[in-house]
Ligand binder design. Sequence first.
Ligand SMILES: *[C@@H]1O[C@H](CO)[C@@H](O)[C@H](O)[C@H]1NC(C)=O
Ligand SMILES: *[C@@H]1O[C@H](CO)[C@@H](O)[C@H](O)[C@H]1NC(C)=O
Ligand SMILES: *[C@@H]1O[C@H](CO)[C@@H](O)[C@H](O)[C@H]1NC(C)=O
Ligand SMILES: *[C@@H]1O[C@H](CO)[C@@H](O)[C@H](O)[C@H]1NC(C)=O
Ligand SMILES: *[C@@H]1O[C@H](CO)[C@@H](O)[C@H](O)[C@H]1NC(C)=O
Length: 385
Amino acid sequence: MRWRTSSAFLALSLSAVAPAVQAAYSLQTAYQGDSFFDGWDFWGNRDNLTNGAVNYVSRSTSSQVAYTNSAGNVVIKVDNSTKLASGVNALRDSVRITTNAAFDVGSLFVMDALHVPYGCSVWPAFWAHARSWPSGGELDIFEGVNLQQTNQVAMHTVAGCYAANSTVNVTATGDMTFNNCDYTVAANHGCTFQDARNASYGADFAAAGGGIYAAEFSSDAISVWFFPRAEIPADLRSVNGPPDPSSWGIPMAYYPSSACNINQYFAPQQITINIALCGDWAGQPGVFSPTCGTGNCADYILDPSHFDTAYFEIASVRIYAGGVNTRSSGGAQAASGVIGAIGGSASATSSAVGGRWRASGAALGAVGIAAAVSVLAGVGLFVGL
Ligand SMILES: *[C@@H]1O[C@H](CO)[C@@H](O)[C@H](O)[C@H]1NC(C)=O
Ligand SMILES: *[C@@H]1O[C@H](CO)[C@@H](O)[C@H](O)[C@H]1NC(C)=O
Ligand SMILES: *[C@@H]1O[C@H](CO)[C@@H](O)[C@H](O)[C@H]1NC(C)=O
Ligand SMILES: *[C@@H]1O[C@H](CO)[C@@H](O)[C@H](O)[C@H]1NC(C)=O
Ligand SMILES: *[C@@H]1O[C@H](CO)[C@@H](O)[C@H](O)[C@H]1NC(C)=O
């Protein structure tokens, strides 16, 4: 039983003397090293979901594109040694893997990487999704296409889930670029936040020694942080942690349950890591050409030398359990009722500027400025799964 759901605590906290909530996360699963791939299924087919120009290998044919390197890190990559013959069915070997297990609200998902894939035609993601899509929701924690400068976080759901109107550096450090998560709206654009930091993606990510993406999947909110290597909090530096997200400051992307009932829109989530080429997002002419010029994506993939940067190098993927899950104890109603009360801050004033739980009525009013909802130029079509 969680003390914070009791009405006695709610009354106490509203009188502004609430103590800080201590995070209760502990390591549930660490995927790393030689045993990394044991907990994952390989797709083993062409990309029949997003029309990417890739053949996703099976585990038995994966040794050149999915392996543990001499440093003990996991490499997940696009084949960069095979010259392909021209043709509409040209497919390059790549990887799409999904955890066998699904993780419920109350989980924290972490990827510590030294390198993420980038380059023209390349469309990588580290993301979470329900076994049933779209009804069980999707959270894209790391995703990019072509020479996109910074990471984009997105949620894709059925109708009725939104990103709350958000002010940069107040509720989230990222820029909310679209607020409707409904997969039927704007060709499944999703509700998105764009990181402002170049180190969150591409060559700048690698140059900074990589970093950590962390997503807290709680009944109260979905929050995503990115930390460049030099800024990783002490409680995330070791795999065991235990991590305390309430100490990490304002997340890059923040989706409070007040605008999206997390219990309702998100079923337990599997984690997927994949690298597509071209396809429904990266390959659209209006998406490919702004950063990659006038060529055509299907021709671009024929030359293997174009894929030397199209790889993940991953130190670990970790799942922590023990966060807020009110699914079986009154649902999101209870969660949104206390969301402003669990802030770790003793007054409404400081909670509006300090901690991350700024969804209380008072604080929201203070920052409730209409956010501009702008579709990123050219990103008109995105099929998430
Ligand atoms: C797509 O490929 C997967 C993996 O092989 C397979 O299970 C699924 O049936 C395929 N779907 C379609 C629509 O072909
Ligand atoms: C947000 O904060 C960062 C870091 O302090 C700063 O560089 C950036 O300019 C701020 N953005 C806005 C829109 O205030
Ligand atoms: C990100 O990189 C671009 C291109 O190199 C540069 O113009 C921009 O100033 C950089 N942004 C930041 C915040 O460093
Ligand atoms: C493939 O890319 C890696 C770097 O990711 C590089 O070390 C290797 O030499 C490349 N392979 C070929 C055949 O060029
Ligand atoms: C965001 O602000 C706009 C403009 O004020 C408003 O129409 C919309 O309902 C708000 N959305 C949410 C989720 O609060």
